[in-house]
Design a protein around this ligand. Structure first.
Ligand code: MLT
Length: 399
């Protein structure tokens, strides 16, 4: 037996596992420390009542022989996908079809698994800094030498440059807006350039819009399909994690339009084949919970939580700016991307912040080399702890 040696090309541990390990070690050696975690983008507010009620009802159905259900349909129950279609697409003027929507256990899994349907020798364009899942899963799949890094810096608003005509063609392009980790958003005119590029080069865009629910400005797109021409070049990955607090429940979905035809084959058919072979669906109880957010009351309740996190992000942005830091994001996004003071690396500042303030962030360099010099803070904490963290940062680093 031989192992998949591609795994040896990965960092020894996944970024958030390293952050958690370092935090645990700090707490073990400082038992009285009052640590505030603003590191991983994990929600803290309970699931909203409409979702809880729907799931309670679903549990009761599972207890009764007349209403019990076994394996769910491969793509998810129609009752959820019809709501997704109506609320996330039709109501927003986007025409999608029911069988283009695939329910899953979250965008992280789909971001990683989607690589199964593409040949290993495709080139893959990935931003730096970036959500590490895109890079790591491509390395696992043997594409280490096919990765085209797209550097993103403050000068370009953290938007990657579209490759020029003489640059190697990017076959698969990962884009995430609102962006994790920088909090950057992409205007429609900019995304249109990517769509035109992808259509001209017969490339595919993997558009991660896990944070679309944080968008409040009308000209910031929530879906890649708001861009003309996207259906022939883009797959969209969505999540209920941040939208409705499902990080512990696990549910998301991926949209694969029928218009995506490569080598004479629909990607929709390949993804269906992949999912029906390797995935047995999302639990009925979770699907009932997901469907419940698509009602006037459900939308009102999830918006209350989203507004709360948005306000936290705004407070962090204002607080660190008042303390003299340069910061980005914090608007249309739960993430604040903090430029750290001269003389520190991302990890040494992470340590200093933990030592001096007992606040945990995520070191920017964990998201790629271009993230060096930054640290990410999230708006997903409680209000009280978020304010406390800001006060501690101001007291220790304020200029
Ligand atoms: C993050 O902190 O970047 C996210 O929570 C990670 C994820 O969604 O998997």
């Amino acid at each position: 037996m031989k192992i998949n040696k591609n795994f040896l090309d990965l960092e020894a541990s996944y970024l958030f596992s390293t952050v958690n390990k370092k935090t645990r070690e700090f707490i073990a050696s400082h038992p009285s420390a009052d640590v505030i975690k603003l590191s991983i983008g994990d929600v803290t507010k309970p699931i909203c009542p409409v979702v809880i009620d729907a799931m309670h009802k679903a549990v009761d159905e599972m207890a009764d022989a007349k209403t019990f259900r076994g394996y769910p349909p491969e793509q998810g129950y129609d009752f959820v996908r019809e709501k997704i279609l109506e609320w996330d697409y039709t109501k927003r003027g986007i025409d999608m079809k029911l069988d283009e929507i695939f329910l899953s256990d979250g965008a992280k899994s789909d971001c990683g698994n989607i690589g199964d349907i593409f040949a290993t020798d495709n080139t893959v364009a990935i931003c730096d800094p970036v959500y590490p899942v895109y890079i790591d899963t491509n390395i696992m799949n043997g594409r280490k030498n096919n990765i085209i890094i797209m550097p993103c810096s403050a000068e370009t608003g953290f938007l990657p440059e579209i490759p020029s005509d003489d640059a190697p063609v990017a076959d698969i392009i990962y884009l995430c807006f609102p962006n994790n980790p920088t909090g950057a958003v992409a205007p429609k005119s900019y995304l249109k350039k990517w769509v035109d590029y992808a259509n001209a080069h017969h490339s595919v865009i993997l558009f991660d819009s896990a944070y679309e629910a944080f968008v409040t400005e009308p000209d910031v797109p929530k879906s890649i399909y708001e861009i003309e021409g996207a259906k022939t070049c883009a797959i969209e990955l969505r999540s209920f994690s941040k939208t409705a607090g499902f990080t512990g429940l696990r549910c998301g979905y991926t949209v694969v339009p029928h218009e995506l035809v490569f080598d004479g084959t629909e990607l929709n058919a390949l993804w269906m084949r992949r999912q029906s072979t390797k995935f047995n669906g999302v639990s009925y109880i979770t699907q009932c919970g997901a469907a419940a957010i698509y009602s006037e009351e459900g939308q009102k309740q999830i918006q209350e939580n989203l507004s709360f996190y948005r306000e936290n992000a705004r407070l962090i942005f204002e607080g660190v700016t008042a303390a003299g830091f340069k910061a980005f994001g914090g608007k249309n996004s739960p993430y604040v991307w903090l430029q750290i003071p001269e003389g520190y690396t991302s990890w040494s500042f992470f340590d200093e912040l933990l030592e001096k303030c007992q606040v945990v962030g995520t070191p920017g360099s964990g998201f790629g080399q271009k993230g060096e010099g930054y640290l990410r803070l999230t708006g997903f904490g409680s209000r009280e702890r978020t304010i406390e963290a800001i006060e501690r940062i101001k007291a220790s680093f304020g200029r």
